[in-house]
Design a protein around this ligand. Structure first.
Ligand SMILES: NC(=O)c1ccc[n+]([C@@H]2O[C@H](COP(=O)([O-])OP(=O)(O)OC[C@H]3O[C@@H](n4cnc5c(N)ncnc54)[C@H](OP(=O)(O)O)[C@@H]3O)[C@@H](O)[C@H]2O)c1
Length: 395
């Protein structure tokens, strides 16, 4: 017996009745009696009755129109930044970004428009050096009359109050278009070598340092949104390590926190016409891969990875600038490393923990450290197990 449904098509049978356009989709499955299909039919009927089909189609079309406009818009978009603040501008990627920004702007505008660069870091000497280098650049594209203003400020990003004051005064004075939260430390450049205090340093510089930079900037942008000539932009320099936690210290965790923070903030900032870009570089050949001090054997430790895995700081700066000018929400380079990190990073956590353990063992092997357990450690471990068992059974 065929069951009838409470749909307008209930009377439809296998007879060759000509179905109208509303009846056709429902009639196809009318003979099937499984629960799921019945439920789907009911849902389809409700949609049909309340004309939601029409709405869905309109929404689908609108999303395509938005998609096309967004991408075409991005292709023709060519943002120009006139006042830029870069934290960690005294070295590596920050320094290369400053040089690339000046070169690009000078090549485009000549001496017609003024540009202000605000560079921050802790090392005053290095900041002075880069200021001199920027103002006397030996490059034919930059004329001596190019109106460039370089402001260097020595400030620690983990000092929230100092960063707030800096961003407020700089924004009020120069009306910032772009704030790049780049300052960060890695395994080699971190001051503390003891595991837990190193983790704290990673979090206070790489995470709180970023927050101390971008939150006051956002506050200022929101307060003075109406008088601004251009949509303000924020860029956060993260890392590909944010996808693949295999650094065996808190570096990945710090970068991962920053990435999630950006993903959370970005849609909210859109309401204020503020753009946010997260940058995930792979390996860039900068001082972050070289320890600051000599180790016990009198040598400086460097990252043992082969040279081909690295891009130069200049290449990295160009990748970042191109992405920022197109207003991309996410920039990553080199592409192959992004794909590898993304694929491995999306493994099941158990598989990832095996991979991580394997890599850690390889690291120990390379350092010729042996994971030996002494007799005392072993007996302590057994004792702890016994205590646990006793307390559990007494409970
Ligand atoms: N190089 C890479 O392979 C790579 C890969 C992925 C991500 N990144 C990220 O890119 C960013 C820049 O790294 P880099 O390679 O250019 O390293 P870098 O050459 O060591 O530069 C780090 C910059 O951060 C500044 N800095 C560090 N701690 C600071 C603090 N507490 N307060 C203020 N400034 C501070 C340093 O300035 P002072 O020394 O003057 O304090 C320096 O200018 C970092 O966030 C890093 O995590 C780098």
């Amino acid at each position: 017996m065929r069951q009838s449904f409470s749909v307008p098509l209930a009377s439809v049978t296998r007879s060759k009745k000509v179905l109208n356009k509303y009846e056709r989709p429902l009639a196809i499955n009318l003979y099937h009696r499984s629960f799921l299909k019945k439920a789907m039919l009911q849902i389809a009927q409700r949609f049909q009755e309340s004309s939601l089909w029409g709405l869905l189609v309109v929404r689908y079309l609108l999303s395509w129109i938005w998609f096309v406009m967004f991408h075409v818009g991005r292709l023709v978009m060519d943002l120009e930044f006139k006042s830029i603040l870069i934290t960690g501008g005294s070295s590596g990627i920050g320094k290369a970004l400053a040089l690339a920004l000046v070169k690009r702007r000078a090549a485009r505008e000549g001496a017609s428009k003024k540009m202000t660069l605000i560079l921050t870091g802790r090392n005053e000497e290095q900041l002075k050096e880069i200021k001199e280098q920027l103002q006397s650049m030996d490059d034919p594209t930059i004329s001596s009359t190019y109106p460039l203003q370089v402001v260097c400020k020595s400030v620690d990003v983990s000092d929230a109050q100092a960063m707030k004051n800096l961003l407020q005064t700089m924004d009020n004075k120069y009306e910032l278009d772009l704030v790049i939260a780049n300052a960060g430390v890695g395994e080699m450049t971190i001051d503390s070598k003891e595991y837990w205090s190193a983790s704290k340093d990673f979090l206070s510089i790489n995470v709180l340092g970023v927050l101390n930079t971008i939150l006051p900037a956002i506050k200022n942008f929101q307060d003075q949104l109406v008088r601004r000539a251009q949509r303000p932009h924020i860029a956060v320099i993260g890392s590909l390590a944010s996808f693949l936690p295999i650094t065996h210290d808190a570096y990945s965790a710090s970068k991962c926190a920053v990435r999630c923070l950006c993903d959370d903030l970005r849609p909210q900032l859109r309401y204020w016409a503020i753009d946010l870009t997260f940058v995930a570089p792979g390996f860039v050949d900068t001082p972050i891969h070289k320890s600051k001090k000599n180790s016990d054997d009198g040598k400086r430790k460097t990252n043992p990875l082969p040279k081909f895995a690295f891009v130069t700081a200049e290449q990295a700066a160009l990748f970042i600038l191109d992405g920022l000018e197109q207003n991309l929400p996410f920039i990553s380079f080199p592409k192959y490393l992004f794909i590898v990190s993304w694929l491995f990073g999306s493994l099941h956590p158990i598989a990832l923990s095996f991979l991580n353990r394997y890599l850690l063992l390889q690291r120990f092997k390379k350092k010729k450290q042996k994971l030996k357990v002494t007799a005392e450690q072993f007996s302590r471990f057994i004792l702890r197990l016994q205590i646990q068992m006793i307390t559990r059974s007494s409970n």
